[in-house]
Ligand binder design. Sequence first.
Ligand code: LMR
Length: 330
Amino acid sequence: MKLKFVLASALLAIGASAFAQPVVIKFSHVVAADTPKGKASEFFAKKAAELTKGAVKVEVYANSALYKDKEEMEALQIGSVQMLAPSLAKFGPLGVKEFESFDFPFMFDDFAELHKVTQGPVGAALLAKLEPKGIKGLAYWDNGFKSFSANFSIKAPADLKGKKLRIQSSKVLEEQIRSIGGIPQVMAFSEVYQALQTGVVDGTENPISNFYTQKMHEVQKHLTLTNHGYLGYAVIVNKKFWDGLAAPVRTQLEQAMKEATVYANKIAQEENDMSLEGVKKSGKTTVYAPTKEERDAFKKAMAPVHTKMADRVGKETLQMFYKETGFNPN
Ligand code: LMR
């Protein structure tokens, strides 16, 4: 009798697991699949399936297929998507203004300086500030350093005077454009190509990977490698969803995210380098590498942004960034 019962329970358990539906994580993002973020999200999806043995299925939606920039953040908060990797510039409008510290011009000389923030206690403290918004921050993923493009050559800040330049929705970036006499135009990423093509804006700033994979080289004749600011991501999840996962599954997903983060930050520079080669090979955009003096002129023109916008992100946060990066605002 007892044996029969054990056998029946075992069969039931096998049957139930055979029919159990996987937990679905919709991971939405706005860039192309062949970018650092696109590739890292696919890597995460594969790892998650592997480590959870199929109990979790991550569906990646690239190129704003589900939502545009602003909408995706709202969709995450209400739980229509579970995971995103918005650029750090997109947390200001959510009310977590400290993230705009990443947008200060010339804040980081290289990835090593950046990682002192993103992979250290300052980065972790910033992610914790998302929790009251119903968001759990899991990791930072790199993209790269931004350069200016337009249909005219850009060698000095004065070349951008009076020009309409598309930026992300960050107050610090608005001030950065004003510091060189430009007119900031906030616009969703998915709309930039057309805005450049039709002349709604005169130019923009991007890491080369975004510039190339959105085919902006088709509609921009000049790209100057100013590398004047950083663009990267925070991978975030709906907190209620995350906390509701079975603990072992969450641990497996944390491991998958850890591995995806190593991968993301390893390929970011390579992807940007390959994109630069692609732009050059296209023959459609003239790529200009500014001299040290020319680049310094941008740095000097943008320096007042650091004092003007200190209150926006909070002086203490900015000081913590300076301490990590060694940036001297004076
Ligand atoms: C942008 O809007 O320019 C970026 O945030 C796009 C991205 O996700 O890299």
